[in-house]
Design a protein around this ligand. Sequence first.
Ligand code: MG
Length: 394
Amino acid sequence: MVTIRDVRVIVTSPSCPLVVVKLETSEPGLFGLGCATFSWRYVAIQAAVESYLKPFLVGRDVARIEEHFQSMMVNGYWRNGPILNNAISGVDMALWDIKGKMAGMPLYDLLGGKCREAAQIYQGVGGADDKQLADNVSTLIERGIHYFRLGGHEVGRKQQPPDGALPGVPFHPRQSTRGTFKALEHLRDQFGDDIELIHDVHERLTPAQAVEFAKDVEQFRLFFLEDLLAPEDIEWFANVRAVCATPLAMGELFCNPREWTPLIAGRLIDFMRMHVSQMGGVTPARKAAILGECHGVQTAWHGPGDVSPVGHAAQLHLDLVSPNFGIQEFHGISDQIREIFPGTPEERKGYLYPNDKPGIGIDIDEAAAAKYPPKPEVPGWFELRLPDGSIQRP
Ligand code: MG
């Protein structure tokens, strides 16, 4: 029996803190890596893994992934929170990595084998004005990108906050929806139906504004509208469905199966886009993907910069084996990160390709990782403020 010998957390911050669990086994040289990246609370993840999960896991059989997932989830009694889920994900992915290495198979083979060669990606695009936005889209088209996600594009006269208002990043919901409407209109005028358009609302509207906005942008035939509602307001999806056919994507903030299960089973969204480490790893993500397959809901896993290459690769394996894969968010990976993580997936002509090494296929150069020590910080964009100076979801 191969057992768990050590569980360590490695944090490296070439751009933002990336958190990876390294799980070593009783077999010399056999180890696994898992993504536990919750960049903005990485100290807590490190403590959860090394102070609580490690003593619980050392000496146990590496083969029993489901057993370990279930027991880690209830071992602290309270569960389904972002700290613990990310910590569990680090261990869960590392165990899948080890299982693949022991079998001599890439994770995609272990999960049933590829049903596509690569995952089509979408990228974020912006611009100070319509012309720059269209120019940036043209540049990406030349690189082979076909799917584009717009963020906010505010238009209109800036309103002064009240005297004494606290500092922050100003955000005006109505100016943002009007600006986005104009940007979408411009891109459809310029590029016709040859490109796919996505917009991320980032849960910044009230539910009523969200219903109105989804209806207004229906004419632009979006690929999907992302995070139209906050997790606290998901019952409103039924109202959106009742008034328009705009495809809906949701999930990056979810950490409890009770959040995604009703939306998938009720066919209230079209794309699930959970953050795989926030769910708890490959084990729960695979189950959610299959639930989606049974209900006609596609996958579009969350793929921002604050996912480690181990996390990107793990979700890419899921993309390749899931018949209901929809699209993969991916914004490129820097040379520094590639140096730290040999084996990082390659982007070519709008597709993301894995390597064919056993397991998840990513290694870590710990000396290179140590060149970028993290420092605790809270990013400024978290302090978004409405015109009256009150706090808004970032
Ligand atoms: Mg998003």
